[in-house]
Design a protein around this ligand. Structure first.
Ligand SMILES: Cc1cc2nc3c(=O)[nH]c(=O)nc-3n(C[C@H](O)[C@H](O)[C@H](O)COP(=O)(O)O)c2cc1C
Length: 368
């Protein structure tokens, strides 16, 4: 297995990274009251020392009272939390790494198992987070405008703290995705509509505001998924034409890189071609893309949440697609969560040292 092509540098605006491996954003819930600790900084520093090209932070929530359902998910607002993030990026840069925060609003959520709830009800396009499950408020136009401004503020703060890029979390059934999906966007005003391009208005306004706040030269990534945790087989875009009609307005609004979340990167997005989501996104927009989903592992991440283990698997199929030019960057989640030196081991061909993924890895933050 020749992995050399994954170890070529990548430059795009503010991003200047030494290889094509991206640590996928992974919620860890180790930031009490939303403040990233020294341990959080050490956790990310170890991944930079382990040669990860670009680290994307765990989802970190914007300044809205009900943007989170978990008291231990980090905030990306407030002096204390931002000082914590300053410590994180300083550590990552000292270790030669690059990093962007994944800025997040969860939208309508299930209540967290801890029993903690935010001081105001959850908010979303229509109060539902899956068809038939109402657990919050329908956002007013004022709520929407304030939320767009909060995304912009978080992006501006990311730049001011010295991060290398910012990622907008538009995937996995959270707020932005709740606007995209007809199952959760039941609005009849200008933020709803029969078509995906109509339901993209909220995302487009978030992207434009983020772009306005960070300027032209700062790299902006958006993460998208066709699937929802409540609907694994969902397709927002049913064919390449619909994908183009969805993504090009997002690109025009200011997206530099599409981070195309799949559970398994090798699955074809549409019939008639083996291109995956990232492959199609690059083809229809001409923008850089990140693929992700079970790279180097046999089982997917929902299986891990259900307590299943995954075994190390070959990178041959990934390399075939990468070398063909399907995508620019490769997101890797659980292998890098479980092993800070995963990238270094791949680079050095130490395949025998790679670890299987067991859910025990989720319990601790800083491990060797
Ligand atoms: C513990 C854990 C937490 C996650 N949290 C997030 C998150 O905060 N934001 C996000 O976009 N995806 C999140 N994901 C999904 C990962 O970013 C990634 O897409 C997924 O794990 C598939 O990659 P993998 O198969 O390499 O693990 C999470 C995954 C795991 C395992």
């Amino acid at each position: 297995m020749n992995t050399e092509s994954l170890f070529s540098p990548f430059r795009l605006k503010s991003l200047n990274i030494k290889n094509r491996i991206v640590m996928a954003p992974m919620t860890r819930s180790f930031s009490p009251s939303g403040v990233p600790t020294n341990d959080v900084a050490a956790y990310y520093r170890k991944r930079a020392e382990g040669e990860v090209g670009l680290i994307l932070s765990e989802g970190t929530v914007i300044n809205r009272i009900s943007s989170s359902n978990d008291a231990n998910v980090p905030h990306f607002y407030g002096a204390e939390a931002l000082a914590g993030w300053q410590n994180v990026i300083n550590n990552v840069h000292k270790a030669g790494g690059a990093m962007g925060p994944q800025i997040w609003h969860m939208g309508i959520m299930d209540n967290h198992a801890s029993g903690w709830v935010p001081a105001q009800p959850f908010e979303g396009p229509s109060g539902v987070n899956r068809p038939g499950f109402n657990n919050g408020n329908t956002m007013t136009e004022r709520d929407i405008a304030d939320t767009i401004a909060a995304f912009g503020q978080a992006a501006a703060d990311a730049k001011a703290l010295g991060f290398d890029c910012v990622e907008i979390h538009g995937a996995h059934g959270y707020l932005i995705d709740q606007f995209f999906w007809e199952g959760t966007n039941l609005r009849t005003d200008g933020y709803g509509g029969q078509t995906l391009p109509q339901r993209s208005r909220f995302a487009i306004e978030v992207i434009k505001e983020v772009r306005r706040r960070v300027g032209d030269d700062f790299a902006v990534i958006i993460r998208l998924s066709q699937f929802k945790p409540s609907a694994y087989t969902n397709k927002l875009a049913a064919n390449p034409q619909e994908l183009e009609a969805w993504l090009n307005p997002l690109a025009d609004a200011g997206v530099d890189i599409f981070h195309c979340s799949q559970r398994r990167f090798w699955e074809a997005e549409f019939e008639g071609s083996d291109l995956n989501f990232a492959g199609w996104a690059k083809k229809v927009t001409g923008k850089a893309t990140i693929t992700v989903g079970s790279v180097g592992l046999s089982g997917d991440f929902f299986g891990s949440f259900a307590g299943e283990s995954s075994e190390v698997s070959s990178l041959d199929e990934l390399l075939r697609r990468f070398d063909r030019g399907d995508f620019d960057l490769v997101g890797v989640g659980r292998p890098i969560l479980a092993d800070p030196n995963w990238v270094k081991k791949i680079h050095e061909g130490r395949n025998a040292d790679l670890r299987n993924f067991t859910p025990e890895a989720l319990r601790e933050l800083v491990m060797d």
